[in-house]
Design a protein around this ligand. Structure first.
Ligand code: SAH
Length: 217
């Protein structure tokens, strides 16, 4: 059996249990739940950890980075959608590419930026394996965004920012939504809605992310 199909702890049934738990945790957006049922999370973690891939924990992906816990991925995707279909989306912090893959199921186009080159190489392999055709990645500093592609209907930052990055705010479409953890050791998951003439900020819940850094390595 292929690694993609999965056996035992990595099977479809295990994924269904994860979806049931997400519902209990308050995730209501069926489009998000369907996307997370469709993406095999275990292929994104080291083989030794694959049996833990569906637990609600963040796991190491090497180079001091982590794959976000399922609840946080679901919550951020639900907030980004705000109940509406997404066109063009920008993600900062590709990491292993799990969140990116979930986004690829709920948006028509996904652009993702990662500053650590070897992580991006692995993520690209996963996108190929999953035959995701609407994902484009860039190696670089996500703080700069992608001015040549902007504006984005949604911007999701999957690393903890100390403040709202100005350039990313500029690249958000009017009517668009940004979801970003803001703070230092612990962050407040923050929703920024760009309205005509103002940015409306809402703090939602405490989260813990690795820091948003500058520059690419
Ligand atoms: N989205 C991932 C989580 C990745 S962890 C998931 O699905 O699990 C955060 C990632 O953000 C790390 O890979 C880190 O290297 C990256 N990162 C941190 N600062 C960055 C920056 N300025 N630009 C791009 N990527 C950044």
């Amino acid at each position: 059996m292929s690694a993609l199909a999965g056996i035992g702890m990595t099977s479809q049934r295990t994924r269904e249990r994860m979806i049931a738990r997400l519902r209990e945790q308050g995730i209501k957006d069926e489009v998000v739940l369907a996307a997370m049922l469709a993406v095999p999370r275990h292929i994104f973690v080291e083989e030794a950890l694959a049996s833990r891939a569906y637990e609600d924990v963040a796991l190491p992906i090497g180079l001091n980075q982590t794959i976000s816990q399922p609840y946080v991925v679901a919550r951020m995707t639900e907030l980004l959608r705000g109940g509406k279909n997404l066109g063009r989306v920008l993600e900062i912090g590709t990491g292993c590419g799990y969140q990116t893959s979930v986004l690829s199921k709920v948006a028509s186009e996904v652009f993702s930026i990662e500053r650590i080159a070897p992580l991006l190489t692995k993520a690209k392999n996963h996108f190929r394996e999953l035959k995701l055709r609407n994902v484009k990645v860039k190696h670089g500093d996500g703080n700069d965004g992608l001015p040549e592609i902007a504006p984005f209907d949604g911007i999701i930052v999957t690393a903890g920012a100390t403040h709202l990055p100005e350039e990313l705010l500029r690249q958000l479409a009017v009517g668009g939504r940004m979801v970003i953890p803001v703070g230092s050791a612990e962050q407040m998951l923050t929703l920024v809605e760009r309205l005509p003439g103002e940015y409306r900020k809402t703090g939602l819940e405490a989260v813990k992310f690795v820091p948003l850094l500058s520059g690419a390595v």
